[in-house]
Design a protein around this ligand. Structure first.
Ligand SMILES: Nc1nc2c(c(=O)[nH]1)N[C@H]1C(S)=C(S)[C@@H](COP(=O)(O)OP(=O)(O)OC[C@H]3O[C@@H](n4cnc5c(=O)[nH]c(N)nc54)[C@H](O)[C@@H]3O)O[C@H]1N2
Ligand SMILES: Nc1nc2c(c(=O)[nH]1)N[C@H]1C(S)=C(S)[C@@H](COP(=O)(O)OP(=O)(O)OC[C@H]3O[C@@H](n4cnc5c(=O)[nH]c(N)nc54)[C@H](O)[C@@H]3O)O[C@H]1N2
Ligand code: SF4
Ligand SMILES: [Mo]
Length: 724
């Protein structure tokens, strides 16, 4: 058989690296980084080049499954759709649409068809109950953008190619490739900044792998970035290092912001953050006076207690120093066509969804995942009784350890996934989806985060194996079976046409790419056909300086709101919490980290990607000594009434008082051949959860900075004897 090379791109993380895939029949024989990709230029990581192993993993889901007693039996698609549709319809009839819910996980946002059809499926069911993984990741960012810029999707992107001063808070690009910015090989990009004489400062409680390779490391006490940012803004405002007068026609709320920030001096921030006051003032002055500077923050701050206020103040700093909408600062990309205009036309973020108790609003129209267990378990006629999980692992990824019991309280749990996971264990039906090699795609949802705007369409590399199906098709069939045969949703339109095609005996299906092609034809700078002719991708015009402020801001008066009421009000909470950070604790403060070789909870079963035998916690030598803990020994970590045992590495790269632990581990009961043999446990069981642990502004789950107790499984003396 001949080997054919196909060009595509990886959709595991936001870097979206170009790939070349050698295919022989229905087998993937090789996956390589694509050297001709205009942005990733031959970069890809171990996960991307491992896509062949993912596609052929014998543990993959290949057929629809139905729970029968304690095990699962293979059923036909026809039976699965019929039974699930009927159950959804029955629950809707007897308990109302609110009794139906959807949880959509991280991979949905890398799959444009699934992304659009999830919203259409929710609309078809008529329920407000869409829950999304962005509320355990970055809800604060979307919510602040909505409040300041009028759309949740506006996040000016750092001009990495020209920036001269970049401060990174709570991100480890060496492992993650960053978020809200598409920058493959991010560490190299950061090194280039330093090489041309610029400064990169990594603010992190741990000298993470990025800080070990590039720039300067600024340690900080976990959870306190908001005080650092407030104090930097206080310096910029009180020393008049800003361009507010020039920017006045483009912004509003300056006076109120100035009043609100005035009390947050560097001296006060120093006590809380552990960073000297003069260092904070110096950072603020250098940042404000550098020609081309930017502040960037990510999950290490998002998941802390004040993610929304921190992101708001960070935006204000970038705006008021004149760094937004200029070269060398931050630019607002447009997408292959005007995606902000499209989001606005589609009323993205404006669907008015609320939790049952009215406490939390939808962010990008999705409710906080941290409230899902309560929406299922709190009694009431309209409590959630049926849940469809799309490419997610809520049992594992939501903090609190309460989801498993909540899932068992459902009348219907349907999981659409490529693998069995900790959530599918509780399912009544498991439906097998295609992987990224088995479907065409365009990265619509990440196009607004492109530092180097680029357009790439990929055809499917392989036909779907076994009975795997694309998500849009599964959702269309379920929507049509659960509701009246016709409703104005894409699920009904595509589902209906495809049903007619099958009835006419035709095997081909109408794919939503046809709609995408139309969008490109009407609105785009390039057509989908042109992109098909250039499979490596084509560069689009770079984001233009001066094209954003006053022009593409979606507030009513087109001005950026520097002082949204809900954010100003949350400053009280920030002030009241100051003392809590300096209280002497008995335990250690838990923070997270990502690992190069895994992705959230779903890459641990890959045969070709070697994993450590257990997750490794990191702690400082003084903390280890106090507890009689040896490096590479087993420790017991207790929190939230739960205990897990993992290996520990003793290292001075971590601040004293801090424990670092990766998430996504603990697959003993997943049913996966390899992953279930790995040790460790799920860090989320150690964290308090539920709606009391949500950041009140945005509903983002607070997942960092909780206290845990750590002890040696063997004492130092026993350990030394054992090692000897
Ligand atoms: N303690 C702690 N918890 C965390 C985090 C943390 O840092 N610390 N990180 C959080 C973050 S940032 C995120 S984004 C969330 C993620 O939360 P989730 O999205 O709930 O969890 P994932 O582990 O990403 O699970 C993704 C699932 O999608 C499946 N999948 C992969 N590809 C496809 C596909 O193409 N189609 C379908 N249908 N399924 C697919 C995988 O098999 C897997 O089961 O976790 C959060 N949880
Ligand atoms: N290899 C790999 N890549 C991934 C993922 C993965 O699981 N594996 N997940 C993807 C996903 S879903 C996302 S959302 C992105 C996230 O990408 P990033 O946001 O870059 O996430 P991390 O790499 O976990 O880096 C977070 C950093 O925050 C630090 N930190 C913790 N607490 C604090 C704090 O209070 N203050 C400050 N300043 N720092 C703190 C941690 O020490 C860590 O170095 O990564 C994506 N890329
Ligand atoms: S960095 Fe790795 S996982 Fe992320 S897109 Fe590139 S190849 Fe895929
Ligand atoms: Mo994420």
């Amino acid at each position: 058989m001949t080997i054919e090379t196909k060009v595509t791109y990886c959709r595991i993380c936001e870097a979206l690296c170009g790939l070349e895939v050698d295919v022989e029949g229905d087998r993937v024989v090789d996956v390589r980084p694509d050297r001709e990709h205009p942005v990733s230029k031959g970069f890809a990581c171990v996960k991307g080049v491992g896509l062949g192993g993912l596609h052929h993993d014998p543990d993959r889901l290949n057929h629809p499954l139905k729970r029968v007693g304690d095990s699962f039996e293979r059923i036909s698609w026809e039976q699965a759709v019929r039974e699930i549709g009927a159950k959804l319809a029955e629950l809707r009839k007897s308990h109302g649409a609110r009794s139906l819910a959807v949880y959509t996980g991280n991979p949905t946002f890398f799959n444009y068809k699934s992304f659009f059809f999830v919203e259409q499926f929710v609309a078809a069911l008529g329920t407000p109950n869409l829950f999304a993984s962005h509320s355990i990741d970055c809800n604060n960012k979307f919510d602040v953008a909505q409040r300041m810029y009028g759309l949740p999707t506006i996040h000016p992107v750092v001009d990495l190619a020209r920036v001269n001063f970049l401060m990174i808070l709570g991100s480890n690009p060496a492992a993650s490739q960053m978020s809200f910015i598409q920058a493959p090989n991010a560490v190299q990009r950061l090194k280039q900044i330093v090489r041309r004489g610029g400064r990169v400062i990594v603010v992190d409680p741990r000298r993470n792998e990025t800080a070990q390779q590039v720039g300067e490391h600024q340690p900080i006490r976990p959870g306190t970035d908001v005080y650092l940012l407030l104090a930097m803004l206080q310096v910029v405002l009180s020393e008049k290092l800003h361009a507010a007068a020039r920017l006045a026609p483009l912004l509003r709320g300056f006076d109120e912001l100035e009043r609100a920030v005035a009390p947050f001096t560097p001296e006060r921030a120093a006590t809380v953050t552990g960073i000297a006051a003069n260092t904070i003032a110096e950072l603020a002055r250098t940042y404000a006076s550098t020609d081309g500077a930017a502040l960037y923050m990510s999950t290490g701050v998002n998941m802390g207690p004040f993610g929304s206020v921190a992101y708001w103040i960070l935006q204000c700093l970038n705006l008021l120093t004149g760094n937004v909408d200029r070269e060398g600062g931050l630019l607002q990309p447009r997408g292959p066509f005007d995606l902000l205009a499209l989001a606005s036309a589609l009323s993205v973020g404006k669907r008015g969804r609320m939790t049952r108790d009215g406490r939390f609003h939808g962010v990008v129209d999705a409710l906080p995942a941290g409230a899902l267990a309560e929406e299922i378990q709190t009694p009431g006629h309209d409590r959630v009784r049926a849940l469809v999980v799309m490419s997610g692992n809520p049992a594992h990824s939501i903090p609190g350890g309460r989801m498993a019991a909540a899932l068992d309280a459902l009348d219907l749990l349907v999981c659409v996934d490529i693998y069995p996971n900790e959530t599918t264990r509780h399912a009544h039906y498991i439906l097998p989806a295609t992987d990224m090699l088995e479907r065409s795609d365009y990265p619509i949802t990440t196009s607004l985060n492109q530092e180097t705007p680029c357009a790439q369409f990929t055809e499917r590399v392989l036909e779907p194996a076994y009975e795997r199906r694309e998500e849009w098709r599964i959702l269309s069939d379920l929507a049509r079976t659960a509701t009246a045969w016709w409703r104005p949703t894409l699920c009904h339109l595509f589902g209906g046409i495809n049903a007619l095609l099958s009835r006419a005996g035709l095997s081909s299906q109408l794919d939503p790419d046809i709609l995408l092609g139309l969008l490109f034809r009407v609105l785009g700078d390039v057509s989908l056909d042109q992109l098909r002719d250039h499979p490596h991708g084509v560069l689009l015009s770079p984001a233009a300086p001066g094209s954003f402020l006053g022009k593409r801001v979606y507030t009513r008066d087109k001005r950026v709101d520097l002082a949204p009421a809900g954010l100003v009000a949350d400053l009280v909470r920030v002030r009241n919490a100051e003392a809590s950070f300096t209280d002497r604790r008995r335990g250690l403060v838990l923070i997270g980290r990502r690992e190069k070789r895994s992705h959230n909870s779903w890459m641990h079963n890959h045969a070709g990607i070697q994993q450590p035998a257990s997750p490794v916690a990191l702690m400082h030598p003084t903390d280890a000594q106090k507890r009689g803990i040896l490096s590479r020994s087993l420790v017991r970590i207790a929190g939230n009434g739960q205990v897990i045992e993992v290996l520990v590495e003793v290292t001075a790269t971590v601040q004293p008082g801090v424990l670092v632990l990766p998430h996504g581990w603990g697959h003993e009961r997943s049913g996966l051949t390899r992953a279930s043999k790995l040790g460790g446990g799920n860090v989320n069981t150690l964290l308090p959860g539920g709606s009391s642990q949500l950041e009140p502004v945005s509903g983002q789950a607070i997942m960092l900075g909780h206290e845990v107790q750590v002890e040696a499984v063997l004492s130092t003396a026993d350990g030394k004897a054992a090692q000897a």
